[in-house]
Design a protein around this ligand. Structure first.
Ligand code: ADP
Ligand code: ZN
Ligand code: ZN
Length: 674
């Protein structure tokens, strides 16, 4: 009787596939976790061997034969299987898709290039140039050491510059010494070449590899293999690195754990932070989540279940209150009441004066405005025409740098019209303000100053970004205008002023997570000011100077902000006090999208009719994107387990719905954006 091999394939079906092993070959349990080439329909595919079952539901005579088992790599370890299986089950995605899509492309190819062999370096725990720890750092490290080697989750809450990274480095050093591998996850490697350099400089012989989407295919393949072979003792990467196979895991660190980019927003919509916690638990190793502004979910986990609930904390909270460098202070944050000090071209008198002072002292200023382009809309005052995107329910943004109107949602671009397309009026008005306009205004107001704009348009690649950063460091810039790109992870020693130009809109946004994001952004951007020996100042232009969010910012008081917001969330019944999933559908016509969602709503799995709360199926806020109408349906339960059980059955019901061929849908568990 031929041997049977069970294979995971990258196909949108919630099942594995059985093949028989060609005569003369015999597979052993050591082959589980190896790749295998199989016929699939008319094609060849690379799959992963998940089992060697003794029988198959498919009659033997109908089983096709697998072609070749690829043994060029060590088999994927058992804990990797548990991770991808958990991911598939939790996010309701076919497991084969999770498994295969987390492999580098080269390993999924049926015609692989021959890779260079990976050399295993001797474990080298040598660490170079470490500063003496501060008392707070000592305490945090002692608490982690006291926790011992098993699973513990620590929430490291430390203000910007308090030395969180130094703690990561010390933990990595211990992990190296214990002969184990460390996984360090960061939100955007593009913005953190500094961190990579810092880790490499500290552990020059630890075979640090990075894993992120900007790596070329060959490098990603090589680095992934180094992780799997154990040659890489430190793996530094963005969210996809949470799947890196590690034969000897010893530590996971998630830096800036609150950052939304840990959540994948398309394809498999997973949270790398949440998967990292699962992974640490099942590997029995410590995990450290670090942030100056933790997500409210993590904060609630560290603080028991929040207001009025005495449930035990799941994460151990470690706090760093002061900056690590001797004498370095947190910046002074001040509110500029723009009802009184009315801005001209977006800039209040106080902000202008503060910039002036920096120019005199040869220091740098950063103006923070989270909106790209020149103006968010072009309009005709004569007839009321506005620059709408034909494909989206959104405005085309005026970009003067390359004289075009551009949609930030679908990428559509057109030349700026010379006259109103409706009435011919030649006097079109640009409304609102983006970074380009601010750049122009500053150039006019301070002709002697060197103004540099840093946003996704000016720093579109890592190379561009690094060139801009180098200019800032070299002191070739007096005034920076930037989006949140500039807010993250960079030390500019001469930067002593941060001006927040117009943050108010997020206070009252329909998305209830907007204030949390705003607070994190402002704390982060404020953290850029005065990192070295020069004290920093932050000016926030606002019409609502008494708003509690700004008051907490002035006091650098994240815990106060978090406590107030968690209380609101609890009263309103929002996460983390409830658990949610979002079903979204898009189609050429809204009626089709909504009717699909309503059918789904009416098709709960048998026995689960009243398990969850349904909201109404509604159009999404950006109701049309790239010519497709979009709707959403929110489901909710106070129990994560109940929601999970419901979703597992529901997704099967949804797959059975007969929908127009042009309709696309997806389910997102723990959605972040509404
Ligand atoms: P964070 O990650 O919290 O922003 P970092 O670890 O990057 O903080 O530390 C901020 C700055 O303080 C860095 O320049 C770092 O080299 C320095 N630093 C960290 N720990 C110490 C220490 N114990 N003594 C002196 N300087 C330190
Ligand atoms: Zn007009
Ligand atoms: Zn568009």
């Amino acid at each position: 009787m031929p041997q049977i091999v069970r294979v995971a394939l990258d196909v949108p079906l919630r099942r594995f596939f059985d093949y028989c092993v060609p005569e003369g070959e015999c597979l052993s349990v050591d082959d589980i976790g190896c790749r295998v080439r199989v016929p699939f329909g008319q094609q060849r595919k690379i799959g992963i061997i998940v089992a060697l079952p003794s029988e198959s539901a498919v009659p033997l005579a109908q089983l096709r034969s697998c072609e070749v088992v690829l043994r060029d790599l060590p088999p994927l370890p058992a804990d990797w299987f548990r991770l991808v299986e958990f991911c598939a089950a939790y996010y309701q995605v076919p497991v084969g898709q999770v498994m295969l899509s987390t492999l580098p492309a080269g390993l999924r190819s049926t015609t692989p290039a021959k890779p260079r062999p990976v050399r295993r370096l001797p474990d080298d725990t040598r660490a170079i140039a470490a500063p003496a720890l501060t008392a707070e750092q000592e305490m945090s490290l002692a608490a982690i050491a006291a926790g011992g080697p098993g699973f513990h989750a620590y929430l490291l809450h430390g203000v910007t510059g308090s030395g969180k990274t130094e703690i990561y480095l010390r933990l990595i050093e211990r992990t190296l010494a214990a002969g184990r591998q460390s996984l360090l996850l960061v939100p955007e490697i593009n913005l953190t070449p500094q961190l990579e350099a810092r880790v490499r400089a500290r552990f020059p012989a630890a075979g640090l590899v990075s894993l992120h989407s900007e790596l070329g295919e060959a490098a990603r393949n090589r680095n992934w293999r180094a992780a799997l072979s154990g040659a890489a003792r430190i793996v530094l990467g963005t969210r996809l690195a949470v799947f890196a196979p590690l034969p000897e895991p010893g530590l996971i660190v998630v830096d800036e754990e609150h950052d939304a980019s840990f959540k994948q927003q398309d394809g498999i919509r997973y949270s790398a932070r949440d998967l990292a916690v699962f992974r640490a638990r099942q590997c029995g190793i410590p995990i450290v989540l670090g942030s100056a502004t933790p997500s409210l979910e993590s904060w609630a986990n560290a603080a028991g279940n929040g207001a009025g609930n005495a449930a035990p904390a799941r994460y151990r909270l470690l706090s760093l209150h002061a900056r690590a460098v001797e004498g370095a202070r947190l910046p002074v944050v001040r509110r500029v009441d723009t009802r009184v000090d009315k801005p001209i071209d977006g800039l209040s008198g106080q902000l202008l004066e503060a910039i002036e002072k920096r120019l005199e002292r040869g220091e740098q200023s950063l103006l923070f405005l989270n909106r790209r382009g020149y103006a968010p809309v072009l309009a005709c005052m004569a007839c009321g025409w506005t620059s709408g995107c034909r494909r989206c329910a959104a405005h085309l943004v005026l970009h003067l740098a390359d004289r075009c109107l551009r949609c930030h949602h679908c990428g559509f671009a057109a030349a700026v019209p010379k006259a109103c397309p409706t009435c011919g009026n030649q006097d079109l008005s640009a409304f609102g303000r983006g970074t380009q306009r601010l750049e122009v205004v500053l150039g006019e107001r301070f002709p002697q100053a060197r103004v540099l704009r840093v946003d996704r348009d000016s720093a579109s690649s890592r190379t561009h970004w690094e060139a801009l950063v180098a200019r800032i460091h070299a002191g070739e810039v007096d005034i920076l205008v930037g989006t949140q790109m500039l807010a993250k992870g960079h030390d500019f020693p001469k930067l002593t002023l941060v001006g927040v130009v117009s943050p108010d809109a997020a206070l009252f946004a329909a998305d209830w997570r907007a204030p949390e994001r705003l607070f994190a952004q402002l704390m982060q951007v404020a953290g850029r000011a005065g990192r070295a020996d020069r004290p920093g100042e932050v000016l926030i232009q606002t019409q609502f100077p008494d708003h509690p969010l700004y008051a907490a910012l002035v006091d650098h008081d994240y815990p106060a902000f978090a406590a107030a917001h968690l209380k609101e969330r609890q009263q309103a019944g929002f996460p983390p006090y409830t658990h949610q999933a979002m079903l979204r559908a898009e189609a050429p016509r809204m009626a089709d999208a909504l009717s699909f969602l309503n059918t789904a709503r009416a098709s709960p799995p048998p026995g689960c009719e009243n398990a969850v709360t349904f909201y109404d199926a509604v159009p999404m806020r950006l109701s049309r994107r790239a010519s497709r109408e979009r709707g959403q349906l929110l489901v909710e339960s106070s129990s994560r387990r109940v929601l999970q059980q419901f979703l597992a059955g529901w997704v099967v019901q949804i797959e059975a719905i007969k929908a127009p061929g042009s309709l696309r849908w997806h389910l997102e568990v723990d959605p972040l954006e509404f």
